[in-house]
Design a protein around this ligand. Structure first.
Ligand SMILES: NC(=O)c1ccc[n+]([C@@H]2O[C@H](COP(=O)([O-])OP(=O)(O)OC[C@H]3O[C@@H](n4cnc5c(N)ncnc54)[C@H](OP(=O)(O)O)[C@@H]3O)[C@@H](O)[C@H]2O)c1
Length: 233
């Protein structure tokens, strides 16, 4: 079974799917959106992780296995889940901390781009056309402060990561233009520095970042598109 259909979906305020929802920011965003009354689909690379996270949240959540780097996995998840109103592209990796663009092993940059850029793009290609077909939807791309928003200087201490997130910013702008007038919106969010497995030493808790991300995700249907929202931490 790809998706958990044993947990009833609540009637209510629309649906949201979160990638990488088994831990960290993704799990906190799923919980926050569920708390705001949405039907939430938690996805994770491994089915058992997605199921466990959904069961922890309780009624009103569903789950699906979704590895963003595996086209079959993404397609199966999209078929099992069906259309969603909000797509939170959260899954990501940081593999090249404390390196330098002049010497970083490009294999690390390649793996980072596979997950952060192409993985996100792959998920968008499965879930956004149905949004366009239905004339509504909101894609929230989790970006990073390493990108200096939509311009400026990239942080060189995580070169592959910074470039992958900068490319996601570009994808956000491109998709917002492509979907303009369709009822679909695409925005990027920098959650600030958050204490997760990726960034263990930080002060901000995932639950705090999740409130900010959920605020953006649940902006009204006639809200902004092609914007970069930054938590100032
Ligand atoms: N923490 C920060 O300070 C910070 C700041 C700015 C932006 N962000 C961004 O926030 C997002 C979440 O990061 P986090 O801090 O919560 O880190 P995290 O605790 O390391 O969580 C990363 C999540 O992404 C998942 N993931 C990785 N590769 C995947 C794949 N191929 N398919 C599906 N899921 C995959 C992980 O799943 P597994 O458990 O299976 O590995 C995990 O659920 C990332 O995009 C990150 O770049 C974080």
């Amino acid at each position: 079974m790809t998706a958990g259909d044993d947990l009833p979906a609540p009637a209510g305020r629309g649906s949201a799917l979160v990638t990488g929802a088994n831990r960290g920011i993704g799990r906190a965003v799923a919980a926050e959106l569920r708390g705001r009354g949405l039907d939430v689909v938690l996805t994770a690379r491994r089915a058992e992780d997605a199921r466990a996270a959904a069961e922890e949240l309780g009624p009103g959540t569903r789950w699906a296995a979704l590895d963003t780097t595996d086209a079959d996995s993404v397609r199966r998840a999209a078929e099992a889940v069906g259309p969603v109103d909000i797509l939170v592209c959260n899954a990501g990796v940081l593999l090249d901390a404390r390196t330098d663009p002049l010497t970083v092993p490009l294999e690390l940059a390649e793996r980072t781009l596979q997950v952060n850029l192409l993985g996100t793009w792959r998920v968008i290609q499965e879930f956004v056309p149905p949004m366009v077909g239905r004339g509504r939807g909101h894609v929230v791309v989790i970006s990073s402060g390493t990108t200096a928003e939509f311009g400026g200087q990239l942080f060189a201490g995580t070169p592959g990561y910074s470039l992958s997130k900068s490319a996601l910013n570009g994808l956000t702008i491109m998709l917002a233009a492509r979907t303009a007038g369709t009822g679909v919106r695409v925005n990027a969010v920098n959650p600030g520095r958050v204490r997760t497995r990726m960034m263990p030493g930080q002060e901000q808790l995932p639950e705090e970042a999740a409130r900010f991300i959920a605020e953006v995700a649940t902006l009204p249907h006639d809200g902004p598109t092609g914007q970069f929202f930054a938590e100032q931490r």
